[in-house]
Design a binder for this molecule. Sequence first.
Ligand code: DP6
Length: 358
Amino acid sequence: MGEKWVLMKTAQTPTNIAVIKYWGKRDETLILPVNDSISVTLDPAHLCTTTTVAVSPAFQQDRMWLNGKEISLSGGRYQNCLREIRKRAREVEDKEKGIKIEKKDWEQLHLHIASYNNFPTAAGLASSAAGFACLVFALAKLMNVEEDESQLSAIARQGSGSACRSLFGGFVKWIMGKEEDGSDSLAVQLVDEKHWDDLFIIIAVVSSRQKETSSTSGMRESVETSLLLQHRAKEVVPKRTIQMEEAIKSRDFASFAKLTCADSNQFHAVCLDTSPPIFYMNDTSHRIISHVEKWNRSEGSPQVAYTFDAGPNAVLIARNRKAAAQLLQRLLFSFPPNSDTDLDSYIIGDKTILQDAG
Ligand code: DP6
């Protein structure tokens, strides 16, 4: 191997929004959840991460830049992902450039990683999901890793739990698994992005401030103190997951919306049941819920489902384009951006996927 070459790969991965939430770990290091979860992968045009990974004998150490600013790779989560991917690295040959990297060379070679989010990292919108999924996917391409998306998802999971669901498009299930080593805690695709393509997603960015309680510490506190979390994980989610899978497979929007809203509300109830209680939603979030509930009831059947992650932003899933147009009109009337309503902006998109920028 000469000293001059650099080999690079780029990948693009969208974020995902859970409709059955992951909240609580049974193993903090391996990131193993207390229940299964289900998510929808978003359109990469709006919320995605693009990551370029490079390897060269000239690099002295592993380094990473996020949105142009260098960040530390010393955290356990990055180290776990890098170690697991390096273990699976294989021989790479680029005859045109005269580069040959043997399997054993990967242990010595260092990486440079540049990652960009196409949305503000501080916007309180899930960025770790897309970020770790993209990192693992890009490294797997660079190192000619053989493992399929599900196997890679078990590595991305060790970066951030929700990241494992971003390796696929469409609707994705993270199976909690039973093994102590986490080998069966991975994501599978339930249906691809074409299966239910009339759905339309609008995100109401209620606040672009960073959340006060991170998901990681919030769920730790819930596991330690909330009895409702125990009940949810054992009794509620196992049944709800089966119903949700059925609703998705049969494109039953009424059932999908009911389950999605109920699960979001229960997750936030768990947060309130935590000691001290965690408040992720604010008054505007609550008013959006009331608005959607009232509208759905007046229509006779649900037009829109809502779900909120660990922050006040509303993810609204409309049954079709017409419902989305009506929803947007209603939102702009009742919650105009940058007014006293505290609303920053709207992100409008499709649910679909693209994960490989070549
Ligand atoms: C509310 O995946 O961010 O968005 O595994 O500690 O990195 P860590 O947590 P993270 O938690 C996501 C929580 C959630 C629900 C979900 O996405 O399922």
